[in-house]
Write a protein that binds this ligand. Structure first.
Ligand code: SF4
Length: 383
């Protein structure tokens, strides 16, 4: 029997210290906590044994938190467990998110030996003032040194995460960040806008009038977005998703699985999974997660597939995030429904007002639509 495709997401909820804007599930940790956590993760991997013969893993993504915080011996044990358990495709894309302040030659060499073939560096900004304001633990030089080292060690697929909309950031400083990044020629650049999340120190500070004044206004943010697309485009990076740019053939295969509703299994506290139409999430707090691991597989088995309505909405929300957009005929094939009947009216209106375009049967956001993407996508909620 031909095996089906699966992606794995492994959450590492540890960081050296918390950045002021971050609401991801991550915290500082001791070596003992990290060692214990890896053992729990191994148990969760083993719990999914019934899937080993059904799926072949095409992508693995270690995200966080900061996966590069893990000691070499812990990371190796984890990777060995994954390889021992799942059938990992020989051409699998295997990514590790790295904080530039937490890698060194020994660690990077170990990643190479373990078959990690893609690195994702969280740089965020090339401006020292902005880095320190964000609470990052690294400088631009730390990043440049480790990036160059990674290239020297043979990593030929590297992403750099950048952030616009940082307090006090100007168009000039954002342009400088983009230019300094492009000079290093990474294969992929993710450029996200800062979102001020509740329950973070940034929320306290930047939702007050004095703090709000330090944030770039909406028009400046749009200008930054336009600049990103233009500057990266001139340098060979194509925008293939609202916030993601890649050199030809270097799109992140793991993220494409999310946006095309492929199957993925998330491991670790708070990790989400989507397998065969079943969407489920692990408990977020460590104690509940530890208890859950014992029943992880049975929880998945007893989970109901999501409704057709939810799947159709997701198909539109996720698909329209990609520059190639959604195929109307694929929608109809997948769901056995008439696109025109469900979404014809709203789609015609969004095309007329230039928020969407329809080209060779594919519907995608225009630049005007991307500026207000959340509002455009909300039109695809079904009654
Ligand atoms: S390094 Fe990333 S995950 Fe860790 S606190 Fe900072 S933003 Fe959050």
């Amino acid at each position: 029997m031909q095996k089906k495709d699966l992606s794995l997401y492994i959450h590492i909820p540890f960081c050296i210290r918390k950045c002021g804007y971050c609401d991801f599930l991550s915290a500082a940790s001791t070596p003992e906590e990290r060692a214990y956590y890896v053992r729990v993760l191994q148990k969760e991997i083993r719990a999914f044994e019934p899937l080993y013969n059904i799926y072949r893993v095409k992508t693995v993504f270690f995200g966080g938190g900061t996966p590069s915080v893990l000691e070499i011996r812990h990371f190796s044990r984890l990777m060995e467990q994954i390889r021992e358990s799942f059938d990992i495709d020989e051409n699998a894309e295997i990514t590790v998110e790295c904080n530039p302040g937490t890698v060194n030659e020994e660690k990077l060499k170990c990643y190479r030996t373990l078959g990690i073939n893609r690195l994702s560096f969280g740089l965020q900004s090339a401006d020292e003032k902005e880095l320190s304001l964000l609470g990052r633990i690294h400088s631009f030089d730390d990043f440049r040194t480790n990036y160059t080292l990674s290239r020297r060690l043979g990593f030929d697929n590297i992403n750099v995460d950048l952030m616009s909309g940082i307090p006090t950031q100007t168009i000039k400083s954002w342009e400088n960040t983009l230019k300094k990044t492009v000079e290093l020629a990474p294969d992929h650049i993710s450029a996200y806008s800062l979102i001020i999340e509740e329950n973070t120190p940034f929320y306290e500070k930047y939702t007050e009038p004095a703090g709000r004044r330090l944030l770039p206004d909406e028009e400046t943010e749009r200008e930054m977005y336009r600049l990103t697309k233009a500057l990266l485009g001139e340098n060979g990076y194509e925008r293939y998703e609202i916030s993601n740019y890649a050199l030809a053939g270097r799109e992140c295969r793991h993220n494409m699985v999310y946006w095309t509703m492929g199957s993925y299994l998330g491991m670790g506290p708070g990790a989400s999974s989507y397998i065969e139409g079943k969407r489920f999430s692990n408990p977020r707090d460590m104690q509940s997660y530890r208890d859950y691991v014992r029943v992880a597989y049975s929880t998945y088995k007893s989970c109901e597939p999501q409704s057709k309505k939810a799947s159709m909405e997701e198909f539109m929300f996720l698909g329209l995030r990609m520059s190639r957009g959604v195929s109307v005929s694929e929608f109809e094939r997948t769901f056995g429904e008439s696109f025109k009947e469900l979404f014809g009216g709203v789609t015609d209106r969004l095309i007329e007002t230039n928020y969407l375009s329809l080209h060779e049967g594919r519907l995608s956001l225009t630049d005007k639509g991307i500026d207000v993407s959340n509002r455009v996508l909300a039109n695809y909620l079904l009654p």
